[in-house]
Design a protein around this ligand. Structure first.
Ligand SMILES: C[S@@+](CC[C@H](N)C(=O)[O-])C[C@H]1O[C@@H](n2cnc3c(N)ncnc32)[C@H](O)[C@@H]1O
Length: 263
């Protein structure tokens, strides 16, 4: 199965359905950023700490990796960064282009797979910022290698990902009745852990395919790519739109890391 194509179409459809991760920033948020009042969120709740960004954002080269949707890109562009937004979904990139036009900002958009960013040159960015999205790729290690390649020495990868433990539970039981039933062996994937019938429930709603990955791949993979871990925090998500996320009452669902490319 062509997962990249499947997920491209799924995210294109999510934009049409108004998924919360496809809703761009407002004119007020861009105006505030221009006045120095801003924050960037790449997990559901906690803003990325200011000192995880380059000291001087104005004039820095920043890649939003799998960051389409018009959320991070416009704020960084309003702060004076040279922003490239790379994403698999043309509709998500369209959201960045729409905000750029609306606000008179420059945002360079590139469509492709974050596991193979051949369109981008080696050592061309000071920061790669990656909102929670690696759950949509079958193998996360090539993504870390690509992020390392496109960063300049001294640059940083800021990435959010799901705690893989969340995938042991029966998603349908949790969605329908708020029950937390342990069902799946890790690593989980929608493709291999669910039956065709179970998966249909998600594909009928145009939901992209997800993978849990191991901590070896999520954290060890960054180290193996050459990064040094320099920052870590957890985040949580109590409401998915208006629906409660039962598991959030028991554990933090998300992890953020900052990794440095020393040389
Ligand atoms: C949850 S959204 C994150 C973007 C959003 N700006 C945010 O604030 O959270 C996940 C994004 O990852 C993108 N994506 C999924 N798989 C990808 C891949 N293999 N390469 C590049 N982007 C991908 C999707 O198209 C989508 O825009």
């Amino acid at each position: 199965m062509d997962v990249l194509k499947y997920n491209r179409e799924a995210w294109d459809a999510q934009v049409e359905q108004g998924n919360m991760w496809t809703m761009p920033v407002t004119p007020d948020e861009v105006a505030a950023a221009r006045q120095g009042d801003w924050e960037i969120i790449v997990t559901p709740d906690k803003p990325v700490p200011r000192d995880w960004f380059p000291e001087k954002i104005d004039g820095s080269d920043i890649l939003g990796m799998a960051s389409g949707g018009g959320q991070q890109g416009p704020i960084l562009a309003a702060l004076g960064a040279n922003v490239t937004i790379f994403d698999n979904s043309p509709n998500q990139l369209g959201q960045d282009q729409m905000v750029a036009e609306r606000e008179g900002l420059t945002i360079h958009t590139v469509q492709g797979d974050m596991a193979d960013m051949h369109q981008l040159e080696d050592a061309s960015f000071d920061l790669v910022i990656n909102p929670v999205s690696t759950l949509f790729v079958p193998d996360v290690r090539p993504v870390w290698k690509e992020a390392f390649r496109v960063l300049r020495p001294g640059g940083a990868l800021v990435t959010g990902f799901c705690n893989p433990a969340i995938y042991i539970f029966d998603i349908a039981a949790s969605d329908d009745r708020g029950e937390l039933l342990v069902k799946h062996k890790l690593p989980y994937s929608d493709l291999h852990s669910l039956t065709n019938e179970e998966r249909k429930r998600f594909s009928d709603r145009n939901e992209p395919l997800e993978y849990s990955h191991t901590l070896d791949d999520l954290i060890g993979g960054q180290l193996d790519a050459g990064f040094l871990l320099a920052g870590f925090y957890e985040d949580n998500w109590h409401e998915d739109g208006k629906k409660e996320v039962p598991l959030a009452n028991y554990m933090n669902l998300f992890v953020m890391t900052r990794a440095i490319k020393l040389k």
